[in-house]
Design a protein around this ligand. Structure first.
Ligand SMILES: NC(=O)c1ccc[n+]([C@@H]2O[C@H](COP(=O)([O-])OP(=O)(O)OC[C@H]3O[C@@H](n4cnc5c(N)ncnc54)[C@H](O)[C@@H]3O)[C@@H](O)[C@H]2O)c1
Length: 298
């Protein structure tokens, strides 16, 4: 038996934000190895003992391996810089097919002690940054009739995490953001999906403990790459990926109860039925949830 042909990205132009290290670097290396031209975005400065900035190092790795890549050193949190990154990519390469919003930082603190700077910095990079760069990218992709956008959420955003209210809010916001793009892009050949990774990187190496050795970021990159491949028809989906495990995460609504008179007491008395998970529905959009009313009432 011959192996099936590998999935390729030849001719595709991709931007990966925060690709100077960690997960973004793995996404960039994999896309480039499969034929994409990758804009490696990362403003991180030169590190001690290294003679290049991280974005330039990743570009060198790609080029040394025979691939095609250029570096971009703008911060996604800088609205003008993000817009320039998209417009420069399109003027240099004639198109933009793939945007992986991966850039990220942590500014952890319990919420009652969290500073303005900690809130602003995290929302600026993760949530606003993804919006600043995705808006011109999305407009271009709609016009060209093709595009693949990926945002990076986190278990913290999906399920909550102690000491990360800023990060949880930003990461949950990205889910709603991508799902709106999924609906607005559907008829224009543009999809938007959501990756929820765990991996041992500079961001997490001090907190993962013994699990770290099982959480190579290279195990996550193929999931990102599939979600931005032209053959992938998923749209508005969340895929959780770590250590080789890949699973759909989804927002579901339980069967609920229908109460003619929803008094406070009736809510209390029906709490167990209201919380029941069996027989859940996964609405495709906000209107889809409203559509459950006659079903419940009937
Ligand atoms: N590592 C995990 O377990 C994990 C879990 C859930 C989500 N994530 C998310 O995955 C993404 C990648 O994280 P990672 O683990 O590879 O961390 P990382 O720290 O190794 O990489 C993040 C990269 O983003 C870059 N960056 C920071 N601010 C930027 C900005 N303003 N503009 C552009 N780039 C910027 C950094 O320089 C860095 O290279 C992040 O969005 C993170 O929140 C990671």
């Amino acid at each position: 038996m011959t192996d099936p042909p590998e999935l390729r990205f030849d001719g595709r132009i991709a931007i990966v934000t925060g690709a100077g290290g960690g997960l973004g670097r793995e996404h960039a290396l994999l896309l480039a190895a499969r034929g994409a031209t990758v804009v490696v975005n990362d403003p991180a400065p030169v590190r001690a003992g290294v003679d290049r900035r991280p974005a330039n190092s990743v570009v060198a790795e790609i080029v040394d391996a025979g691939g095609s890549a250029v570096a971009n050193l703008d911060s996604v949190a800088d609205r003008a810089g993000a817009a320039n990154l998209v417009s420069n990519t399109i003027s240099e390469f004639g198109r933009l097919d793939i945007l992986i919003n991966n850039a990220g930082i942590l500014r952890d603190s319990t919420f009652h002690k969290m500073s303005d700077e900690q809130i602003d910095a995290v929302l600026d990079v993760h949530l606003r940054g993804a919006m600043w760069i995705s808006r011109p990218a999305f407009a271009h992709m709609r016009e060209q009739g093709y595009g693949r956008i990926l945002v990076t959420t986190s278990a913290a955003g999906l399920f909550g995490n102690f000491g990360q209210a800023n990060y949880c809010a930003a990461k949950a916001g990205l889910v709603g953001f991508a799902r709106a793009l999924a609906q607005e892009g559907r008829k224009k050949g543009v999809t938007a999906n959501i990756l929820a990774p765990v991996a041992c990187t500079a961001m997490t190496e001090d907190i993962l403990g013994p699990l770290a050795q099982r959480l190579d970021p290279a195990l996550v990159a193929p999931v990102a790459a599939w979600l931005v491949h032209e053959d992938c028809a998923l749209n508005g989906e969340i895929l959780s990926a770590f250590g080789g495990r890949v699973a759909r995460a989804f927002t579901a609504i339980g069967p609920g109860v229908f109460l003619d008179e929803p008094t406070i007491e009736a809510i209390r008395d029906n709490e167990a039925r209201i919380l029941a998970e069996d027989g859940y529905t996964v609405p495709r959009n906000a209107a889809g949830e409203l559509g459950l009313l006659p079903t419940v009432a009937g």
